[in-house]
Design a protein around this ligand. Sequence first.
Ligand code: FPP
Length: 249
Amino acid sequence: MAAPSDSSPQPPTHVAIIMDGNGRWAKQRGMPRVEGHRRGVETVRAITAAARELGVRYLTLYAFSVENWKRPAAEVGALMSLLEFFLKRETAGLVKNRVRLRTIGRTQDLPEVVRKQLDHAIAATAQFTEQTLVLALNYGARTEVLDAARAYAADLAAGKTQPAGDDWSAFSRYLYTADIPDPDLVIRTSGETRISNFLLMQAAYAEFVFTPTLWPDFTKADLEAAIADYHRRERRFGLTSEQVSTPSA
Ligand code: FPP
């Protein structure tokens, strides 16, 4: 991973991306939607490399939502095939570049072939700590909260945990992202300005960048521009501007 020079600001630790616009990219070219997804996979590869080069330690990509099952069956099937293809093709590269693969979401409900590839890639990269690529698969933030609440209630009933009161960190351990830092920057491509059930809890203090660029056209330069935008923001976490600039204020 690139070591940013002393003079450059630290890159965000965790960048999360809502990859949107594959369908429109294809439609603009008179191509079937799946062609947009196919090009989107190449962007996944390029942006994972770019994030590594820029020193971003965690990259989360919203690849398939719990709502995406409602798309036409052929498109869902194509997305699953692309996922399988991506995992087969990229696992060796992830190992070579020391990128740990993780998932968030109800991956147990994905097709078995995909789960097998995922299990293999996750096991093959589990020892790496420099960069983590998190794929959100069959992910929905509301589903995540339900799953967390259920597991938390079960542990409470079994006496394995104490009531959290207002201690968020105690409850957040039950989220899919238990050992992943909250995103600093959330990017959505394609001009839409929605969060679409993505990391609702974890993005509580994230900065958002919305770009009109469609996902297949998104490049390292676009990622750098989003990070530059992030650096221009003042993150206050509920404090005043004076408190942030003068911590004793
Ligand atoms: C949104 O575009 C994109 C998706 C629902 C899927 C994203 C999937 C990929 C980029 C490929 C598979 C992922 C990996 C990690 C291999 P859209 O279809 O909603 O676009 P539209 O809004 O223009 O119709």
